[in-house]
Design a binder for this molecule. Structure first.
Ligand code: AMP
Length: 138
């Protein structure tokens, strides 16, 4: 059952988008407010709220489409030779559209974008944090 979100509508052809690639399951289209021109969104046609809800098969296809499209962006523009892949998973992380997608953001020298700042672990904290996560993955 499709949801009513914008990306379901784009996938269904009910809302327009500048698509650059489409397969049976995945679409890639221009972000309407690009960080840099050529900023692309990769999304499954089927509705998943986010990465944690998605099937293995769709994630595999999405990452292969991502590589294909990212390589195409680099080839299409002389000024780009790098890109960031960004997923905002959950509202607190900045996810606005509640339909799994990630961003390919093409990068060029001097584009003014910065990386997010890093913090430092306190004494013994890294071991504790790693252990907590490992326990959930065992
Ligand atoms: P996120 O914050 O990760 O949910 O990203 C949502 C992205 O969707 C934003 O970067 C928006 O600029 C983009 N966006 C919103 N509406 C549209 C639209 N109609 N077509 C293409 N991109 C859109």
């Amino acid at each position: 059952m499709p949801n009513d979100d914008l990306f379901c509508k784009i996938a269904a052809g009910e809302e327009s988008a500048h698509k650059v690639y489409e397969s049976e399951n995945v679409i890639a289209f221009l972000d309407i407010n690009p960080v840099n021109p050529g900023h692309i969104l990769i999304t499954p046609k089927k509705h998943y709220n986010d990465l944690l809800a998605a099937d293995d098969e769709i994630l595999q296809e999405m990452i292969l489409v991502t590589r294909k499209v990212a390589a195409g962006i680099i080839l299409a523009f002389d000024e780009y030779d790098a890109f960031n892949l960004k997923l905002n998973n959950g509202r607190i992380a900045g996810q606005v559209i509640p339909h799994l997608h990630w961003h390919i953001i093409p990068r060029k020298s001097g584009d003014g974008l910065t990386q997010w700042p890093g913090k430092q672990y306190g004494e013994g904290e890294a071991e504790e944090v790693a252990e907590k996560i490992k326990n959930q993955l065992a």
